[in-house]
Design a protein around this ligand. Structure first.
Ligand SMILES: NC(=O)C1=CN([C@@H]2O[C@H](COP(=O)(O)OP(=O)(O)OC[C@H]3O[C@@H](n4cnc5c(N)ncnc54)[C@H](O)[C@@H]3O)[C@@H](O)[C@H]2O)C=CC1
Ligand SMILES: O=C(O)C(=O)CO
Length: 324
């Protein structure tokens, strides 16, 4: 019998998926769950047939520029792939895959969670209560912003953006407006009666809630900057479950402190897990540690999706989620 392909997984995955990987492959799991260094990742490309990183592994040109790699497929766990230099991967002849669709619903749920938490001051309220500072119900206590019936602005009307739009529209009676950098099929917008706007600026100026769902990476670096934040309504909420670098964190903190926007709900941060102090100081920001896809069934489905890509590749077929 031919030897099983050698597969390296950079971080712990859900138990059921790791068990299946062990059955099918000669797999090396990262039992310690400590992030791998660039040198360790470079070595893995020399020693394994498949390399399975995830969104917190920086697979840049310095990692990918190796002579005589044994790896042919980089099967990433996660839909976003801005952590991989896909140009360098293509140049070096690696196939790169991701795990779309299976996490759209859960990530959209978290965008809605952040919208409500920021608008209704959930973090502030919980902090006050736990600190023993709550003095009781009163008509003027911790007044938030009503989102039901408001306007939900989606920047990046892809898989997750559209799921979030459905939840906001059907769950909270919100009107949906969006801007996408590419044309959106009319039937996809029709699901929520979403109206397109011709610029990011137009969405920012009109929406009560602005939610970001475009990929990260250099093309979308600081897309939401000081000038654009100034266009938002003083009561509006900004939600980011996309990538930290899409927003200029210092400009956002300044807008939150000055009250030129109402609040923010953030799941992702430039340079995470480090968070800039200016954001930590903002009472009107709800901050979560990158939990968008963090439910067991979704994290398992992401693993099954990586395995589907590996299986296709090792059978000599085209993996369905090839991105480079
Ligand atoms: N917080 C979390 O745990 C998670 C975060 N994500 C992030 O969400 C992103 C989106 O995922 P999907 O919806 O599956 O991707 P997608 O590819 O289906 O949608 C992205 C959309 O953004 C659009 N877009 C790109 N640049 C744009 C720009 N400058 N302005 C407006 N639209 C732009 C694209 O045309 C596309 O329609 C991922 O790339 C990832 O970074 C994804 C899953 C979980
Ligand atoms: O899949 C992604 O892109 C994430 O950020 C985590 O699920």
């Amino acid at each position: 019998m031919a030897d099983k392909p050698k597969v390296l997984v950079t971080r712990r995955w859900p138990e059921a998926v790791e068990a299946k990987l062990k059955e099918l492959y000669d797999v090396t799991l990262n039992e310690s769950d400590v992030p791998m260094t660039a040198d360790e990742m470079r070595q893995a490309l020399m020693d394994y047939d498949a390399f399975c990183p995830t969104v917190s592994d920086k697979v840049d040109a310095s990692v990918l520029d190796v002579e005589g790699a044994r790896t042919k497929i980089i099967a990433s766990y996660g839909v976003g792939y801005s952590h991989i230099d896909t140009d360098a991967a293509k140049k070096a002849g690696f196939i790169v895959t991701n795990t779309p669709e299976v996490l759209s619903n859960c990530t959209a749920d978290l965008a809605i969670t952040l919208m409500l938490a920021a608008a209704r001051r959930v973090g502030e309220g919980e902090r006050e209560l736990r600190a023993g500072k709550w003095t009781g119900w009163r008509p003027t206590h911790m007044i938030g912003t009503r989102v039901s019936g408001g306007t939900f602005g989606v920047l990046g009307f892809g898989r997750i953006g559209r799921e979030a739009a459905k939840k906001a529209h059907f769950g909270f009676g919100m009107k949906v407006i969006y801007f996408d950098a590419f044309p959106v099929k009319p039937e996809l917008a029709a699901e929520t009666g979403a109206e397109s706007r011709d610029s990011i600026e137009a969405v920012l100026a009109e929406a009560d809630v602005v939610t970001l769902h475009m990929p990260g990476g250099k093309d979308n670096y600081h897309l939401i900057n000081e000038a654009r934040l100034k266009l938002m309504k003083p009561t509006a909420i900004l939600v980011n479950t996309a990538r930290g670098e899409v927003v200029d964190g210092n400009a956002l903190a300044a807008a939150l402190k000055a009250g030129t926007i109402g609040g923010a709900g953030l799941d992702v941060f430039e340079g995470e897990p480090k968070i800039i102090p200016a954001l930590l100081e903002c009472e009107n920001a709800v901050l979560l540690p990158h939990l968008g896809s963090a439910t067991l069934s979704t994290r398992e489905d992401m693993g099954w999706r990586v395995m589907e890509n590996l299986e296709a590749y090792f059978k000599g077929e085209a993996p369905r989620d090839r991105v480079a």
